[in-house]
Design a protein around this ligand. Structure first.
Ligand SMILES: NC(=O)c1ccc[n+]([C@@H]2O[C@H](COP(=O)([O-])OP(=O)(O)OC[C@H]3O[C@@H](n4cnc5c(N)ncnc54)[C@H](O)[C@@H]3O)[C@@H](O)[C@H]2O)c1
Length: 357
């Protein structure tokens, strides 16, 4: 007996740029006139946007609920997922309900994973409010929680029904968080788009002032780049690993710091370190490695390991990476500004040797 399950699935969705959060709220309500809408947010984002947004989403017959959780990576875990599930079920969430992630990447990853498993999947919408989430984490459907043994170890691929980007939310984003988001923006330039990289080098001052037109253009370009990657390889079978440049070492730094070092900041350190590995392997010119390091520094990002952190602890952590296969670490390395090489395997000994240079 054979169960035939060949399927053609259309998971396509729009990324829509809106002028304010209320516009997104009204659109969601008209798309789902009768659904209960559950807005998951953190206390920092909630304070600015949850009230006005919930008022726009609330329908006469179908209410909107706001579920607020503590901010920070420490909330992205199974305990918090369970607590949200308990609240959702007791508030009457059904299969036809809609879950909205209103916040940065932490909220998007956690709320998305809740949506993926509640009633075996309910409609999910992303409203990213941090730069990092607007250029990266809200697109592509990777949702997860962390485990003490590693980041994002438990999760799913679950695409949102729609992503709404309101660039004006960056006004309330703390400068340090803005810089963390710039790490991912610089990554896109480094791995996929030399022109974008040069644009960042030339427009540093306007970017740091969060000039709305410039930020809109940058975010839109990053979304285009991510879209192209995800369309080619949704499930990260191979090509999508290009986005992991800086992440093998970056995730390790994040974990060794016990998540005290934010994702973007750790990725910047990881990119600088992985560029050095690329140079040591003769793949990348030292000139381009220096350009990357200068760009990271220009946006206030660190490029070396924290003084108090033992490099052996970071190296050991890279071996726990999800991309480690048969004892080999798989790095995405840089060939030049604008071009990366996916999945370069390295034995433990070779990787350690390059790491300790
Ligand atoms: N799913 C993916 O493809 C993907 C990709 C990259 C990163 N990530 C994940 O994203 C997370 C990092 O995202 P992040 O940097 O956005 O972290 P975050 O969600 O923790 O947000 C950072 C801080 O900024 C605050 N904040 C966000 N938007 C704000 C606003 N508009 N105004 C005021 N404060 C605001 C938050 O409350 C938080 O304190 C990590 O968990 C990382 O693993 C996921």
């Amino acid at each position: 007996m054979r169960i035939h399950l060949k399927r053609i699935i259309d998971n396509s969705y729009d990324i829509r740029f809106v002028n304010n959060i209320s516009e997104a709220g009204a659109d969601i309500r008209s798309t789902y006139p009768d659904a209960r809408v559950f807005i998951i947010t953190d206390v920092n984002v909630g304070k600015h946007y949850a009230g006005p947004f919930a008022r726009c989403v609330s329908g006469r017959t179908a209410p909107a609920y706001v579920l607020r959780i503590p901010a920070g990576e420490a909330s992205k875990n199974r305990t918090m997922k369970e607590s949200l599930e308990d609240q959702l079920i007791s508030l009457g969430a059904t299969r036809n309900s809609v879950i909205v992630a209103l916040g940065g990447g932490m909220i998007g990853d956690l709320a998305g994973f809740v949506a993926a498993t509640l009633h075996r999947g309910v409609s999910f919408i992303q409203i990213p409010t941090s730069l990092l989430a607007q250029v990266d984490s809200s697109i592509g459907g990777k949702v997860a929680v962390d485990h003490p043994q590693g980041k994002n170890l438990i999760g799913a691929f679950f695409q949102p029904k729609k992503v709404y980007i309101d660039v004006s939310t960056l006004k309330t984003l703390p400068d340090g968080e803005f810089r963390n988001g710039m790490a991912e923006v610089i990554k896109y330039g480094a791995i996929l788009d030399g022109k974008l990289f040069t644009f960042l080098e030339k427009n540093r001052a306007a970017i740091l002032r969060k000039n709305p037109n410039i930020m809109h253009a940058i975010i839109e370009r990053c979304c285009e780049l991510k879209r192209a990657v995800v369309e080619k390889d949704e499930r990260e079978v191979d090509y999508r690993r290009i986005l992991n440049f800086g992440h093998t070492i970056g995730h390790a730094v994040e974990q060794v710091s016990n998540y005290r070092i934010a994702h973007g900041k750790a990725v910047a350190i990881g990119m600088a370190a992985e560029a050095k590995v690329s140079t040591a392997l003769g793949i990348l010119s030292s000139n381009d490695a220096a350009r990357l390091e200068d760009a990271l520094k220009a946006f206030g990002l660190a490029t070396s390991f924290p003084a108090k952190m033992r490099t052996t602890a970071i190296f050991d952590m890279t071996l726990r990476d999800k991309k480690t296969q048969q004892g080999k670490v798989h790095y995405t390395l840089l060939e030049k500004i604008g071009k990366a090489r996916v999945g370069v395997p390295m034995s433990r000994v070779r990787a350690q040797e390059l790491f300790e240079r």
